[in-house]
Design a protein. Structure first.
Length: 334
């Protein structure tokens, strides 16, 4: 038997051509670019939403804080003190006899028209209390004086476990208002246990917007009274870029505002206050090609709206406002 060799054909294997390879790379690049674009846009949206949430939280907190301070200004333990409680000076006062002087309970300095913190008595708070370089130009500054809402000692007993603090000043009231004096004693010894003594912690505060810090973030700050004077500095809320205060002035004595003004001649005739805050994101959200050119109008002074320029245009902003009754700094109608 004769065998014949048979030839078997092996299938040929074909690779990608150069054109096919280039097309596949191009498609991959297009798909990757789309995925990256979606990712970056999602990241930007997340950052914007996070900053907006922070703006709203900071704005509401700052507004509530200032609203309470303005509404409580002029409260002195429920006693009318303007005529019978003399002012005294503390060690490091803003000016002589300023911190422990019940009048005026509120003072405002219009940053759009004033460059100095000249009080109604003609003295400059910036001489000691605030370095003018720290005060953000164009923003308002206001001061309040009051006691705490609840006494530390009432009818001879400590209230709710409170303790007299040697680092604080108090309004000491005896015999149900017959005798009143400012009090600070490092020992509080002896403690007077009689039923007719009260101690009310006293507050004197200056609220202002501080110039940008090392991180270029404008901040709401306060200078306040301690045992040795106006020596406490505290920054409260970051991102507060502008603060404007307007007062509702009562012109006919019925305790109802007849007109609003950002620069009242006499705050004692004001019955309400409007607070405007411009709150800024802490981080930049806009690029050079996509900037925030919006103008922000805070209150009645339309002649000078806040207009971001330069790098300021890269931040997200929002205006917050509220109106508060200034119920303690003036006597009720009639």
């Amino acid at each position: 038997m004769k065998f014949t060799d048979k030839k078997f054909k092996v299938p040929q294997q074909h690779g990608l051509s150069l054109i096919e390879l280039m097309v596949s790379i191009l498609l991959g690049v297009v798909l990757s670019s789309g995925i990256i674009a979606v990712y970056l846009e999602s990241k930007r949206n997340y950052a914007a939403e996070e900053e907006l949430a922070r703006i709203q939280e900071n704005g509401r907190f700052a507004l509530d804080l200032l609203k309470r301070e303005l509404s409580m200004a002029g409260l002195y333990g429920g006693y009318f003190l303007a005529d019978d409680l003399p002012a005294v000076s503390v060690d490091t006062d803003c000016v002589t006899n300023w911190a422990l002087n019940v009048v005026p309970a509120i003072e405002v300095f219009n940053g759009k028209t004033e460059t100095d913190l000249i009080t109604s008595e003609g003295t400059d708070l910036s001489a000691v209390c605030i370095d003018p370089a720290d005060w953000k130009s164009g923003t308002d500054v206001f001061t309040i004086k009051r006691t705490a809402a609840i006494a530390t000692v009432y009818e001879g007993a400590l209230v709710n476990g409170a303790q007299l603090d040697p680092n604080e000043w108090y309004l000491k009231v005896e015999n149900y208002g017959e005798n009143k004096e400012w009090f600070n004693d490092s020992s509080f010894d002896p403690f007077d246990p009689n039923d007719a003594v009260e101690y009310w912690e006293i507050y004197a505060k200056i609220f202002y917007i501080k110039q940008e810090n090392a991180d270029d973030i404008p901040t709401l700050c306060v200078k306040s009274l301690g045992s040795d004077g106006m020596t406490r500095d505290q920054c409260l809320v970051e991102g507060i870029e502008d603060m404007q205060i307007e007062f509702g002035v009562d012109t006919n004595g019925d305790a109802v505002p007849n007109t609003y003004t950002p620069d009242p001649n006499d705050v004692s005739v004001a019955v309400t206050a409007r607070i405007y805050l411009l709150v800024r994101s802490l981080g930049e959200l806009y690029s050079t090609e996509n900037i925030n050119t919006k103008k922000y109008q805070l209150g009645l002074d339309a002649s000078a709206p806040f207009t971001p320029t330069g790098s300021e245009q890269r931040y997200l902003r929002q205006i917050f406002s509220t109106t508060v009754l200034v119920r303690n700094s003036i006597l009720p109608a009639n």
